[in-house]
Write a protein that binds this ligand. Structure first.
Ligand code: ARG
Length: 563
């Protein structure tokens, strides 16, 4: 930003080029105590060179600095502290925002290069868990952040649609299932069959053998097995899509594990060629001792491939297809070891691009203090949670703004937005408890609070249309507007930080801070007064609205104009 350049330039000259502008930039700090000004420059590093106490250096520098955009320069101990001219600063920030419009906060870091993001990836014939929900919303927000920083994200739903469990499911269906029952309630019924299989298998040893047999049939292309598998998959997808639709999230690819069936033999051949496979009681493994990891099991003794074999094929496929800059996997922390093994095997194969693969783990959600399991009954949960959030939001709207025109639409934006925001506002690795009543609050650090603040700003702007705006220079001299301006200026660097850390919570926390600062300003000023500063105040309102909206959009949360 402009104002930093001014300060850096002033220091550069005052220091008679002892430090480079980059070095100065790296040293600038923001004082914790706002009474100490807006920017601080520590003089410790210069003490040796100047053979002077840093306090003395600070005092000398103060006398050499003068610029209209700096209101005051003071030495506080070993620091030079700068107070910026608020009007000039606000003017700089606002004009940049006006010029850039929706592109404010955009970066060109990614050079348009692809970043596949492996996200959501639920398992067919099983309910989508809270963990998959987290992966979906975190992955989606990261995709938005990558796009905002100049990458081309590719959202991939790596469906769990292959593996020995499908052999078992086919057996169970043939023995105890029916078409009608699956059609009526696909996931519950398929889960029931799967659970039944395991119960029966405890006393009937032949069942497991049959399961293995049918999985082999499936892998070998048996028509009946294939048709059943495909049907199970389509029925499951219908249910998953209902949830994606509610969340407003789309994918660029649904290539799940099964897609890599015909791509695994190449992987096994490559491993063989490179001499990486060792035989362990009939099974093929890659030794990873030098990485401090357990061996990776690539192929079982009956020739069946595994989860990691499919992930190896997928990683190579993604590199070939997208020539990715980075390849991301948004998957729960409990799979950390799997991804370490995956990267290590690729590294052993000589693929240095495995360094560009990042597992992006996240913590567990508990529900009202209890750990969630994917057992039967929890199936409905996810959709139910979202549905209940919408109806709670509707109650709130009914109470606050009964005449609102598009209540249904707003209730869904607020209810769903609340759940998504709640998921994203905590550092992603934190475990957290989910209580619906808390999530849908219009107050506190919630999504609805941020949405409500955005709607408030929009409503001020609608009212302002009837007023006459006089002078167009920026005059903002109170502390409340100053806090808002400083936050608006920070948006681009906040976006960059969130994107580099793959951490949507950075954006969520920022929108909360901006909403809070704006609401303080709102409570302490008369915005719609026809005086000389009206233009400046409306600019502040308008830019706050657009940054709140953009921040929410990055998180995958809608910002209604009225609520
Ligand atoms: N289907 C897996 C599960 O639910 C997640 C897949 C994650 N992605 C991957 N490429 N392994 O546990």
């Amino acid at each position: 930003m402009e104002y930093r350049k001014v300060i850096i330039d002033q220091l550069y000259q005052a220091l008679e080029e002892t430090l480079t502008t980059d070095e100065i930039a790296g040293l600038l700090e923001i004082p914790k105590n706002s009474d100490h000004g807006d920017v601080a420059f520590p003089c410790f590093v210069l003490a040796k060179q100047f053979r002077q106490a840093p306090q003395k250096i600070a005092e000398d520098l103060v006398s050499k600095i003068k610029d209209p955009s700096i209101d005051a320069v003071t030495a506080i101990g070993p620091y030079v502290n700068f107070s910026l001219n608020r009007d000039i600063f606000a003017e700089l920030v606002f004009s940049e925002m006006l010029e850039q419009g929706n592109a404010y906060g955009d970066w060109q870091i990614g050079d348009g290069r692809h970043v596949p993001i492996d996200m959501s990836s639920p398992n067919i014939a099983k309910p989508m868990s809270m963990g998959h929900l987290r992966s979906t919303v975190i992955g989606n927000a990261i995709a938005n952040l990558m796009a905002k920083t100049g990458y081309a994200p590719v959202k991939i739903n790596h469906l769990g649609d292959w593996g020995t469990q499908f052999g078992k499911l086919i057996v169970a269906y043939k023995k105890w299932g029916s078409e009608e029952a699956v059609k009526a309630d696909p996931i519950s019924e398929l889960l029931r069959l799967y659970v039944k299989f395991h119960e029966e298998a405890e006393t009937n040893e032949e069942l497991d053998e049959e399961g293995r047999h049918w999985f082999k049939e499936l892998e070998d292309g048996n028509q009946e097995a294939h048709d059943l598998w495909e049907w199970f998959k389509n029925e499951s997808l219908k249910e998953f899509n209902r949830i994606y639709h509610l969340l407003g999230i789309e994918f660029d690819s649904y290539h799940g594990e099964a897609f890599y069936n015909d791509k695994m033999s190449e992987v096994v051949d490559l491993l063989e060629e490179k001499g990486l496979l060792t035989n362990n009681r009939g099974a093929d493994i890659v030794d990873l001792e030098k990485y401090g990891l357990n061996p990776a099991l690539i192929r079982k003794s009956d020739g069946a491939t595994l989860y990691i074999t499919r992930d190896l094929a997928a990683a190579i496929y993604r590199k070939r297809t997208y020539d990715f800059a980075q390849s991301l996997y948004v998957v729960g922390n409990e799979q950390a070891n799997h991804f370490r093994q995956l990267k290590a095997v690729l590294k052993e194969m000589g693929y240095d691009w495995s360094d560009d693969m990042h597992h992006i783990p996240f913590g567990l959600i508990t529900l009202n203090g209890k750990k969630l399991s994917t057992r039967k009954g929890k199936v409905v949960l996810l959709e139910k949670v979202l549905g209940e959030a919408v109806s709670l939001a509707k109650d709130q709207i009914e109470a606050k703004n009964p005449d609102l025109a598009n209540k249904e639409e707003v209730a869904s934006a607020v209810g769903i937005g609340a759940v998504v925001f709640h998921d994203l506002k905590n550092d992603r690795l934190n475990n957290f408890d989910f209580s619906l009543a808390e999530v849908v609050q219009f107050e506190g650090e919630t999504g609805p609070y941020v949405q409500y603040t955005h709607a408030r700003a929009k409503s001020i702007l609608r009212k302002a249309e009837k007023l006459t705006v006089g002078r167009k220079d920026i005059v903002l001299d109170d502390d409340y507007s100053w806090a808002v301006v400083r936050l608006l200026e920070k948006y681009p660097e906040t976006v960059k930080l969130a994107s580099e850390k793959f951490e949507p919570s950075v954006i969520a926390k920022y929108t909360i801070a901006l909403a809070q600062a704006f609401n303080k300003y709102y409570a302490n000023s008369r915005i719609l007064e026809e005086d000389d500063a009206l233009y400046a105040r409306l600019q502040l309102v308008q830019h706050t609205a657009s940054v709140l909206k953009d921040g929410l959009k990055l998180l995958g949360v809608k910002a209604p104009n009225e609520m």
